[in-house]
Design a protein around this ligand. Structure first.
Ligand SMILES: [Zn+2]
Length: 304
């Protein structure tokens, strides 16, 4: 962690000395404590991770982890979808926001979320428009009290008040729980990141997670990650949370795409240091898209 934090700050040269010192302190502390003022939560959870023989798999369709009383992380069963995406639920005093509707069409995700939020209205948002993040849009759209965000840049702009795409900052207010929304196209054109000021969670979808970072638009992606890193560097970040796990626990080693059994998978959470490491790597690579994937300890840059 310390080595990684230091390495993450050494290339780009854009961080203040004070910020570098803060990163080192956080690394030495093992990032266990939430920054002052942030509502804490726990990631002490053993995620279901598929099976060697899915006919023998007895895991439920959904695993629901309470990060805290108003923040939930939900994973879909890898034996039902190899994508096994993570879906997030943030609950305010007036309303709630869910991020993504999963990789399989099922009412179970919607019903689980409705049970958790009671009669509060739900804004059902998407990190982006790929199929493994919107498969249950129809069950969500059919439910009372649910507003489904359209999977387009215009839809994201309208839902979060992003005046200029992608440089403008959007917002949502769930009731004593303000969110900041950044447009981060590159993996996909309508991709957003959400920052929860209450917990310091930064939700990064498929743009950064411990796995294969597929990049469709190299120029847009580099600009998006740089903007996201600058934003994160100016805000307290508890965890950087993406939508999948594809890395193993061994540095630079990724499970083959499509794997249905990951008994030795990487932790879900990444850190600000790893976001800065990604930004620095993209700056070093420059404007020309690489012709092969580049493995880092905790993610793989894959523009191919
Ligand atoms: Zn995607």
């Amino acid at each position: 962690m310390l080595e990684r934090a230091l390495r993450g700050t050494s290339v780009g040269g854009c961080l203040s000395a004070a910020r570098r010192a803060a990163l080192v302190v956080a690394a030495l502390a093992g990032c266990r404590a939430a920054a002052p003022g942030l509502v804490p939560g726990t990631l002490d959870v053993h995620w279901m991770h598929g099976a060697a023989d899915c006919h023998q798999n007895t895991d439920p369709e959904l695993q629901i982890h309470a990060y805290n009383a108003t923040t939930y992380i939900i994973r879909q069963n890898k034996c039902l979808t190899f994508e096994a995406p993570f879906i997030y639920l943030l609950i305010g005093t007036r309303s709630a926001l869910s991020l993504d509707t999963g990789a399989i069409e099922t009412p179970a995700l919607r019903d689980a979320i409705k049970r958790l939020i009671g009669d509060k209205p739900l804004l059902a948002a998407h990190s982006h428009g790929h199929g493994d993040h919107k498969a249950s849009d129809a069950p969500f759209a059919a439910a009372a009290g649910v507003t489904l965000v359209a999977n387009t840049p215009a839809g994201q702009q309208a839902a979060f008040g992003i005046a200029a795409w992608p440089d403008g900052l959007g917002h949502a207010e769930l009731g004593d729980r303000p969110l900041d929304v950044l447009a981060i196209p590159g993996h996909e054109a309508s991709h957003i990141a959400i920052y929860d000021r209450q917990t310091g969670l930064l939700l990064t979808g498929d743009s950064l997670y411990p796995g294969l970072l597929f990049i469709r638009d190299w120029t847009a992606y580099c600009a998006s990650i740089h903007r996201l890193a600058q934003f994160a560097n100016a805000h307290p970040i508890a965890h950087v949370l993406g939508a999948h796990i594809e890395m193993t626990s061994k540095p630079k080693v990724v499970y083959p795409y499509g794997t249905i059994y990951q008994p030795d998978e990487h932790a879900l959470a990444l850190t600000l240091a790893q976001l800065i490491e990604l930004d620095d790597a993209l700056i070093q690579l420059g404007p020309t898209k690489p012709t092969q994937a580049i493995a880092h300890d905790d993610f793989v840059i894959d523009p191919t």
